[in-house]
Design a protein. Structure first.
Length: 284
């Protein structure tokens, strides 16, 4: 297939590009900036089969008012422009796949794609607006991928987590009871390709491993795999002091299940966190 990826240079985008190229798809990148015209985007995506939008500033960080604007603009602007461009194509792509996040869900319940129990905070509102913008596309099949925490080699949240453990200072974060919905990078790119290849899929799809785990359980697994102590605790107040409102990404509980993928026949290579982690550290 002929595929365009917006955000191809990122952690997920570069891995997805490699995977699709290796299976003989024709893949190109597209960078959408404030000054990028709709006409330019139309020229790039007309006659393409699939558009994948992964654009967006890194959500991990301190959310100042100015950075919140960047988080919103970097997601909503690119998505709005793509939707408008698709509507103006003579031969529009048959599939539009847009990134999203499990941050939309509240922390008090278990969630599948049918859940409408959403959080009431900045991240959840951002995700809701982002998905609304993507689902406005009328001439194409739209899939919205709600990512969990992405774990993989050479980047992502797991690499930042592993360093203190390797130094012997690892431990749980806050109470440690918060559930973490995660996914191995390899399963993520395979799931994205699965959505491309299965036209019956449309709408929201959770891209998370089938076995979410608590932060405390993750901590014990990391200690076990690395043969390091795990008795330190990073107090919640320290995380909040460092990241402010952005600490919610690390401290809020998200228990999310990939029901649609599982029912559709997708098979995870790394269904458990321990299996995923052992693959990641085997390359260190």
């Amino acid at each position: 297939m002929k595929i365009i990826i917006c955000g191809m240079r990122g952690f997920v985008g570069s891995a997805l590009y490699t995977y699709l190229i290796e299976r003989s798809d024709v893949v190109e990148g597209l960078s959408i900036r404030t000054e990028t015209s709709i006409e330019t985007i139309v020229e790039s995506i007309d006659n393409m089969d699939v558009v994948i939008n992964l654009s967006g500033a890194n959500i991990l960080g301190r959310w100042s008012d100015s950075y919140k604007k960047i988080l919103r603009q970097s997601r909503l602007e690119s998505t709005d422009k793509l939707v408008r461009a698709i509507s103006e194509c003579r031969n529009p792509p048959h599939t539009f796949i847009n990134a999203s996040a499990v941050g939309i869900y509240d922390g008090d319940h278990q969630h599948t794609e049918t859940s409408e129990l959403f959080a009431d905070d900045f991240l959840a509102m951002l995700v809701r607006d982002w998905e609304k913008a993507a689902l406005a596309a009328q001439q194409t099949r739209v899939c919205v991928m709600r990512f969990g925490v992405v774990c993989g080699r050479n980047g992502g949240a797991i690499q930042k987590m592993l360093l203190p453990f390797k130094m012997g200072f690892g431990g749980k974060m806050g109470k440690g009871t918060q559930m973490v919905s995660w996914i191995h990078l390899e399963d993520l790119v395979r799931a994205c390709a699965f959505l491309i290849d299965n036209p019956t899929f449309a709408g929201v799809v959770n891209l998370t491993a089938p076995h979410p785990t608590s932060n405390e359980a993750q901590t014990k697994i990391i200690g076990k795999v690395l043969h390091r102590p795990t008795f330190f605790t990073l107090p919640a107040w320290v995380v909040k002091l460092a990241f402010g409102e952005g600490s919610s990404v690390m401290l809020d509980s998200k228990e999310v299940y990939p029901e649609r993928l599982l029912k559709g026949g997708f098979e995870f290579l790394y269904p458990t966190f321990e299996r995923a982690l052992r693959e990641i550290v085997s390359h260190d």
